[in-house]
Design a protein around this ligand. Structure first.
Ligand code: XMP
Length: 327
């Protein structure tokens, strides 16, 4: 029988056996998976672990503060923040193809860790000159399957933490969640004493807002999407629906424009897509029947408050045939 206590004990032993006295680095994304993976590794090897939070500019509003303050307070984990917003936006310039975006983001992620490693060794006396050899990833079972790592499954999308790794990778991977589904990861997080706020957080993809802009990623588009996303999350929370929906990607159709009218002027703006889904494990999903009044409120707020958006549309596709994310 599945039991979170057993899985923790088993994984702690496996991590200790794999890592020994080695130094380990872990990227925190702000999401449940990396938070639980890091807490598990921290339980196994304590301060041999250093966590790095990459601010790549593809984050949601307030995410950086939540990791730097709330998560660190709850775990006591050592954390370094690296600000590489410019590096990422430059690397993504001119790129619209979803798989290319994913590969670029995955590659820049790993590069960032390697740079962070070099800096940590230089700066921190407590690292005592030992190179960091291991990298923790919060890869889940569905990520493994969908990136073609499972039994004969076609490659659907390169998850940035599986398919996007560069060939010259300098780290050995530690992936304690590789056999688990999301609900199991949440149970383990709760068992490890992480705050409910983190454990119950809805999934957010590693490549972040970068794969929720259909078209080229620019600073202006990121700011716009971040604002729309914050409105949607605030309204879903206010309506008490956080736990009822699995997640609600908010997508900017940056290459599409439509005519609108606002005040007494014509507008020619972009649509925002709402993609609320219900799911058990993200392998399949159904679109969530959100109350019409809530949809109306979200639509009014986005078109009134977000400059450049004049239309809000609802995605009513299940998975399959649609994936949850648009890219
Ligand atoms: P799809 O779009 O494949 O998404 O139906 C399934 C679930 O995975 C999340 N997702 C990702 N998570 N790295 C991640 O850590 C990724 O590259 C990635 N792409 C999609 C998505 O949000 C959904 O929960």
């Amino acid at each position: 029988d599945w039991n979170s206590g057993n899985v923790i004990a088993e994984q702690v032993a496996l991590i200790q056996a794999q890592v020994g006295t080695g130094k380990v680095i872990c990227g925190l994304s702000g999401g449940v998976d990396s938070a639980v993976a890091a807490a598990l590794v921290h339980k196994a090897i304590g301060d041999q672990l250093v966590c790095v939070f990459v601010d790549h500019g593809l984050l949601r509003e307030d995410e950086r503060r939540q990791v730097e303050e709330d998560y660190v307070k709850a775990t006591g984990i050592r954390l370094v923040t690296v600000d590489v917003r410019e590096q990422f936006i430059n690397a993504l310039a001119g790129v619209s193809d979803p798989e290319t975006k994913r590969k670029i983001i995955g590659r820049e992620f790993i590069r960032t860790f390697e740079q962070a490693q070099a800096e940590l060794i230089k700066e921190a006396a407590e690292i005592d000159g030992d190179p960091i050899r291991f990298l923790v990833q919060g890869t889940l079972y569905p990520d493994v399957v969908e990136s073609g790592g499972g039994s004969g499954t076609a490659n659907i999308k390169s998850h940035h933490n599986v398919g996007g790794l560069p060939e010259d990778l300098q780290f050995e991977l530690v992936e304690p969640l590789r056999a688990l589904f999301k609900d199991e990861v949440r149970a383990i997080g709760a068992e490890l004493g992480l705050p409910a706020e983190i454990v119950q957080r809805q999934p957010f993809p590693g490549p972040g807002l970068g794969i929720r802009i259909v078209g080229e990623v620019t600073q202006e588009r990121l700011d716009l999407l971040r604002q729309a996303d914050a409105i949607v999350r605030a309204e879903l929370t206010a309506a008490g629906l956080d736990r009822e929906i699995w997640q609600c990607p908010v997508v900017l159709l940056a290459d599409v424009r439509s005519v609108g009218v606002q005040g007494d002027g014509r507008t020619y703006g972009h649509p925002i897509v709402l993609r609320p889904v219900s799911s058990e494990d993200a392998m399949t999903a159904d679109w969530t029947r959100l109350p019409y009044d809530l949809l109306a409120k979200i639509s009014n707020r986005i078109t009134n408050e977000v400059d450049g958006v004049n239309r809000v549309v609802l995605d009513v596709t299940s998975k399959p045939p649609g994936t949850i994310e648009w890219e």
